[in-house]
Design a protein around this ligand. Structure first.
Ligand code: PEP
Ligand code: MG
Length: 754
């Protein structure tokens, strides 16, 4: 059974549309279970019906038409209960409802299994048989397993666009749910970005000059052939004849006209070479994967490898990426910092990423650049979005593909209102962040790229509260040297004179990789990250600290912040190294001042040792992104658990309270520099708890200043008292939303400024 299951899933994930995928499922399940009928029904919320989408055994003419209203028939019973229903004679059951047009009167035995994806019933898979009989336990388990596996495969495969189309309420567009990554509304045209030599990520594109494209492909094939021959020659003495046969097989495949001809005919039909290659390789992979012989099935990986090799050469020969549309919405499976950095900011209006969550770095960077973003769109049909009109609603975390005129007009109106709100907010720039009852709380900006220094300055930030030094490290192809780092840091510190700048030491690992320093770990967020790496590499740490101290140029404006500290011994070691760097520079005759040093509170162990920390340092800064992740045990980047990630959960609020109280006993100031500081709801809580400063992306700064200038601290404290009695993040969020709306700040928490 497992083998059959594996093959069905493989086949389904290769299908290029929903109808095809479902018809494969019903056919294969019917064969495997030796039943008379297998059918798939999908829920259509708009029509409130379960529609028959595929069948092998019932009248095929009913497909797409016949259906049962919600609440009607056995199919609905399965969906309502969200569990299997197994009956030896379906017509006897009180909920039985004969489905007209399907010719199902002949069948007695019935078993239905729900197709559930992320707690939502997407449909029902049904098997039926003429004879009266109860299905066996292993049959039930099989159907349930197929349904469970298929839910994921259906939702994740390319066919998911089809599901969304079925589920949407819009007539001529598709709307997909994701997570809000960066506030705002972006309306533009899709441009798909993808990592090099990743065959699955290649989008569909068309070409005008077909013959030139064929040439690009032929050239790539002959380069791949030469490459393999060279590999073969190099390994000829080390490999047995048998192992060498692999290379011969590769060369044979490359030489075979069947594959190259198929690619060329796809190119002649208008596809670009990379897209034609992707489709052809996919087909060949499928053939191998469907073979019964396990050895032959393994060959599918060889075909894939071959595809990647050719793709690499196509990409090498390709001159330029396609031009960015005037209003670009960047789309990708996983948009990286580099992809964002490469896009021209003046054309970028939105970002949509299938992976990621509210606090992943693509979201943080988008916020830094003030670009609306939707992340964690699990069912995003990336390959099909090139050139599509798209709307990214970064408030509600929704994406609209080919929106209807009505939806588009509505969003254009919201975008205009938002532009107006931004213009109004600009008037707050020179005003202090002070509550109506006179409580002042400095607002700083988070940065990491030189390009977001200007927006930070323009936002009226009173300094930099978090400079993420890893970004300049990420966009290079080696560790930057001391002088190179010095120049970058100097520029930041100079641009912000006379304001303070908090520079964080290198915080790589987790989801921030350096291309030239790969770290492979099963649990990267619990692994070699942040200070753990730099303490293991004091040579890197010292270079960075020296560069920072030199950039500080003897002024008292430089503050050094240590990330991912989880124990006092780590803190002492890091403080020792900073002292060493300082002493060395003094000995070298450099003009340096002893910097203020702070610690990020982002690992829960420090909540309980806050006094020991506060005694040793000049300030602490709460990294609420990681603190939430570690307190709640929810990976901040994992879209599957994103709904569990919430910095407004009572545990996080209590933890922050404890940090503030502990630090206060040692007169140690507390700042918050995680994304919480830029969330208007959370700011009400932080204000009441008594944080000393907030640091956020420049694009949030004026909004937060607006909140502070509108809501008295006494009112925030009333709200906090109520919040502290609540037991769920959802209640707290709702309560604070209402408070903001009542204060006339509703525009900050939903699209449009009503
Ligand atoms: C945090 O964890 O809250 C933080 C500010 O650091 P980063 O998001 O860079 O991990
Ligand atoms: Mg962090």
């Amino acid at each position: 059974m497992l083998n059959i299951l594996h093959r069905v899933i493989q086949e389904v994930s290769q299908a290029d549309n929903l109808e095809r995928a479902l018809s494969i499922i019903v056919k294969r399940v019917k064969e495997a279970m030796q039943v008379d009928v297998c059918s798939a029904y999908l829920c259509n919320e708009g029509q409130q019906r379960h529609i028959l989408m595929a069948t092998d055994g019932l009248n095929p003419k009913a497909v797409g038409h016949a259906g049962l209203m919600f609440g009607e028939g056995l199919v609905s019973l399965v969906a309502e209960r969200a569990e299997t229903v197994n009956l030896d004679n379906a017509p006897d059951h009180p909920r039985f409802h004969f489905l007209h047009g399907t010719d199902e009167q002949a069948f007695h035995a019935f078993m239905g299994a729900p197709i559930i994806h992320h707690r939502k019933v997407l449909g029902v898979l049904v098997v039926q048989q003429r004879a009266r009989r109860k299905f066996e336990e292993d049959e039930t388990a099989f159907l349930l397993t197929v349904a469970a596996q298929l839910a994921g495969a259906i939702a994740h495969a390319e066919v998911s666009g089809g599901i969304a189309r079925l589920m949407t309420d819009f007539n001529d567009g598709v709307s997909l749910a994701g997570l809000p990554g960066s506030a705002g509304v972006g309306i533009g045209t899709g441009l798909v970005v993808y990592p090099p030599a990743d065959l699955d990520a290649v989008p569909d594109r068309t070409v005008e000059d077909v013959e030139a494209e064929v040439e690009v492909f032929r050239e790539a094939v002959s380069l791949a052939q030469a490459d393999i021959r060279e590999l073969q020659a190099r390994l000829s003495t080390a490999l047995s004849d048998e192992d060498q046969a692999l290379f011969d097989a590769y060369l044979q495949m490359l030489g075979s006209t069947s594959m190259t001809d198929q690619v060329i005919s796809r190119i002649r039909a208008g596809s670009w070479a990379s897209g034609a290659l992707r489709a052809t390789i996919k087909e060949h992979v499928q053939v191998f994967e469907n073979m019964d012989d396990p050895y032959m099935r393994e060959r599918a990986e060889d075909v894939r490898d071959l595809g990647r090799r050719i793709l690499r050469f196509i990409q090498k020969g390709r001159h330029k990426p396609p031009p960015y549309p005037e209003r670009t919405v960047l789309v990708g499976d996983e948009i990286t910092a580099t992809m964002l950095a490469e896009a021209p900011v003046d054309r970028l209006v939105g970002v949509i990423s299938a992976k990621g969550s509210t606090s992943s770095h693509v979201a943080i960077l988008s916020r830094a650049l003030g670009i609306p973003a939707v992340v964690g769109v699990k069912d995003l049909p990336v390959a099909r979005l090139e050139g599509q009109p798209l709307i990214a609603d970064g408030y509600n975390g929704r994406v609209y593909v080919a929106p209807s005129a009505h939806v588009r007009q509505e969003y254009e109106r919201l975008a205009r209102e938002e532009a107006q709100m931004t213009a109004d907010l600009a008037e707050l720039r020179e005003l202090p962040a002070e509550t109506p009852d006179g409580y002042r709380i400095p607002l700083y900006a988070n940065t990491g790229l030189l390009s977001d220094i200007t927006p930070s300055l323009l936002s009226g930030a009173e300094g930099i509260g978090l400079y993420r030094t890893e970004f300049p490290f990420m966009v290079r192809d080696r560790f930057p040297g001391e002088d190179e780092q010095f120049r970058i840091y100097r520029q930041v510190i100079e641009s912000f004179a006379p304001r303070p700048v908090v520079m964080r030491t290198l915080d790589v690992g987790g989801d921030k990789a350096l291309p030239y320093f790969p770290i492979k770990e099963d649990n990267p967020f619990l692994g070699w990250r942040g200070i753990r790496i730099t303490l293991d590499h004091p040579e890197l740490f010292l270079v960075q600290v020296r560069a920072m101290l030199r950039a500080g140029d003897g002024s008292d404006r430089l503050r050094i912040l240590l990330p991912m500290i989880s124990s006092i011994s780590e803190l002492d070691e890091a403080l020792g190294l900073i002292r060493q760097g300082y002493d060395e520079l003094l000995a070298d005759g450099e003009e340096v001042a002893r910097p203020q040093v702070g610690v990020m509170i982002e690992v829960p162990s420090l909540i309980y040792q806050i006094e020991a920390v506060a005694k040793r340092v000049d300030f602490v800064s709460i990294g609420s992104n990681d603190l939430t992740q570690y307190l709640l045990a929810v990976d901040r980047n994992n879209a599957n658990v994103a709904e569990l990630y919430d910095s407004l959960s009572p545990a996080v609020i209590m933890a922050i309270r404890q940090v503030i109280e502990g630090a206060a006993r040692h007169q140690c100031p507390v700042s918050v520099c995680g994304e919480m500081a830029g969330d208007p709801r959370a700011v009400l809580v932080l204000l009441a708890l008594g944080v000393d400063s907030l640091s956020m992306s420049a694009s949030s700064l004026l909004r937060i200043k607006w909140v502070i200038r509108k809501v008295a601290r006494a009112r925030a404290q009333e709200l906090l008292a109520a919040v502290l009695t609540m037991e769920s993040a959802k209640d707290i969020r709702q309560y604070l939303d209402t408070a903001l709306i009542e204060a006339g700040l509703g525009g900050l928490v939903r699209a449009g400024n009503k």
